[in-house]
Structures are given as structure tokens and as C-alpha cells.
Ligand binder design. Sequence first.
Ligand SMILES: Cc1cc2nc3c(=O)[nH]c(=O)nc-3n(C[C@H](O)[C@H](O)[C@H](O)COP(=O)(O)OP(=O)(O)OC[C@H]3O[C@@H](n4cnc5c(N)ncnc54)[C@H](O)[C@@H]3O)c2cc1C
Length: 405
Amino acid sequence: MSTSMDSPKTQRFDVIIIGAGGAGMMCAIHAAKRGRSVLLLDHAKKLGGKILISGGGRCNFTNLTAGPLNYVSKNPHFCKSALSRYPAESFIDMVRDHGIAFHEKKLGQLFCDRSAQEIVDMLKAECDQAGAQFLLDCPIQSVAAIDREGARYQIETRLGSFICESLVIATGGLSIPKIGATGWGYELAQQFGLKLVPRAAALDGFVFADEEGRSLASLAGLSIDCKITCNDRVFRENILFTHSGLSGPAALQSSLHWYPGDGITIDLLPELDCFSWFLKKKKEGSRALVRNLLAELLPSRFSDWICERHFRSELPLPQVSERALEEFCHLLKAWKLSPSGTVGYSKAEVTRGGVDTDELSSKTMESKKAPGLYFIGEVVDVTGWLGGYNFQWAWASGWAAGQVA
Ligand SMILES: Cc1cc2nc3c(=O)[nH]c(=O)nc-3n(C[C@H](O)[C@H](O)[C@H](O)COP(=O)(O)OP(=O)(O)OC[C@H]3O[C@@H](n4cnc5c(N)ncnc54)[C@H](O)[C@@H]3O)c2cc1C
């Protein structure tokens, strides 16, 4: 991998891509295959840092069901073109061609059997084969529009000066700054007059304030299969109580649809009409306490906790009124919580929002205002659900720009 260039003078490439993550490398492969000279610049020392930490080190690299409905964007139609022209199957074909073993974990989510490193190695090998060059550990100092030798952009870096006809921004989102995430791509968009959609940490755990937060923290470690509703979007998976609040796949998914001030509603027993279940127990002559019966359905620590707060009766079942049971069951089916926020970019998997899709061509990802300037991957206001959808957007948008840049 090249880390220094031969000549101190300005060098010209057809395409320069800033950000050598999944989207950037995908774009580099396809632009270079078209015979374009391509340079990837990244300030990180290591290639594909986010791919390496993804999916618990096994990279959930796509989802068999990926489609426009799995994405959040101000314009939900924007992602359709790229996703339909570069679907999950296209990426799976490349993974197969490289002999990478993978499996479906659940819900269409495809993971490497061995290591996420294999995905990085595959993309790097494809870049090398197509002739794309890399310059890592290369902080960018400035970008300016020019009109010289057929070039439209000049990029000054700590390692030299470059000009190019097409400039592709693939610098990703803000999450996990410690591995190199920055807001640089957003700032560059603004420099060229492109609008941004407000950004927020998403696919992130919820935090809670004051007494609600302290009380929930006592449940840390418990996991419950449930259904969460947030702004009419329903997710059925596990939640995990943590010392800082609520995590687990269902909570992370709903954070994508959560805005400050919103509540979330949790159906703790999604498969069960629990009022009928308690009535049946009553009819059968059970003399148990409600919290002991509930412990047959939910972890006993949670049952104790929720009864202590919302069903204080210590009476045996025959002495509990149907009305009290009905009210309690209603709470179990629609338990309302009020997050005060999410954990933040130190833990979030993605950034919701970003470069406004109104500013870009959905076919090529090129800016409508600045010809030759492209935005791909997470820096764009297209954010996928948890489960391989964000990588699929990185591949598809990178591929789309790679056809034309
Ligand atoms: C812990 C974690 C786990 C995840 N797991 C999954 C998963 O299993 N499946 C899934 O689909 N998605 C997952 N995601 C989301 C996924 O990683 C991202 O959506 C995806 O990597 C975005 O690709 P990208 O190429 O747009 O950006 P990135 O992969 O973030 O790449 C951006 C690149 O730009 C570089 N860069 C940033 N700023 C600058 C700058 N100023 N100058 C130069 N270079 C810069 C960075 O160093 C980086 O190499 C996960 C995210 C996290 C944080």
C-alpha cells in the first residue's frame, strides 16, 4: 500500500476519492475498472476501520431483504435507483468469487463465518486489480474548485497537492470518532453550498433522566424479546437493559425513528393476550401472587421490578379484581418510556441525516450544484436499519458513482 507519492509537484488523477471505507473502495473499484486513474485518500492509518469493527468483528455485510423501505431519508425515494441497480445479490456474488464463507444469522442478515478482515482484503484486492491507488495517513488540508488541465478540483494534503476531474466524498458519518470518524464531509458539502439534513446519532441505545434512569439501571443485564413502537414504526426483537439505559436490537432500530421529546411504547408480551392468560389462571384456581405468575412469562427480576412499581398488590390471584388485572395487562402490552436522549456518537452505529438528497442525482450521486463532486455512503442522508442495510447502501451508492465519476 502506497503511503507516499513519488513527486512533490501537483499530481493529476481522473478521480480522487476522500474516505477509503466501504463506499469509497467500492467506488474506486468500479471507476478504475472503467480505465479511470483513481486515488483514494484517507487520514486513517488503517484501511476499512469501520468494516473491521462491524458485526462484532464478522461484518454483517448485507441483508437479503434490503430495499428502500429499510432506509430513513428526507426523500425515501432517493435510494431506490442505486439499490435496484446494485442489489445485495451483486455484493454476494463478489463475496462468493473471493471464496469468503458466510451465513445468514437471522432476518436476512449475512455475516462472514470467519472475520470482517476478509471483506477489507477483498475490497483492497479488487482495488489493486483495477489499478486504484491508496494514500493513507493523509490529512486533507483544503479543497478548491479549479478549471485547469481538464481538472475541476484541487486537494491540498499533508502529503502533497492533487488535482482531479471528479472528486468523490466518502468520509462517512460521525459515529466512533476514535477510529477516525469526522464531520469533514458535511463541512465540505457546505463549502460548496449543499444543504444538510440535521444529524443525530442513530442505531444507538436510549438513555433516561433522573428517577426513570436510576430505576431502569437496576435492571442492567436483562434481555426481553418484545415489540417496540416509536413514531408508528414497530420493531420485534430483543431489548437489553444496561447501566446507561436501553440497548439491544429492538431499541437500536427504534432509535432511528426517535426524535427528542418522543416516547417509545413496549409490548413486553407480543405473543400473548396476557389478560386472558391471567383470567385462565384465575379460573384454574391459582392462588399465586401476580408477580410470581408473571415470572413464568418474563425474567423474575423484571417481574419483581415492574410489579413493585405498577402492581403493588401482595394479594393472591383470587382476591385481585379483574379491573386491576386488566389495567396491569394493558401496561404490560403498552409500557411507555420517555428517553431523554441516546448514548451518542461514541457508541452509535450510524449518523442519521447528512447531505440533503435534494442536492444530488439519485442515479450518479453527483452534486447538482457542483459538477464533478460526488457524495456516497453514510455522509448522505440515507440511513439504514440495523442488519447489513448500511453497508448495502455504501456498496450501492459507491457502485453508482463508480459508473460515471
Ligand atoms: C460499531 C459499528 C458496527 C457496525 N456494524 C455494521 C454492520 O454489521 N452492518 C452494516 O451494514 N453496518 C454496520 N455499521 C455501519 C457501517 O459501518 C457504516 O454505515 C459504513 O461503514 C459506512 O460506510 P462509508 O464508506 O460511508 O463510511 P466509513 O466506513 O465510515 O468510511 C469513511 C472513511 O473516511 C475516512 N475519513 C473520515 N474523515 C476524514 C477526513 N477528514 N479526512 C480523510 N479521511 C476521512 C475515515 O477514516 C474512513 O476510512 C456499523 C457501524 C459501527 C460504528
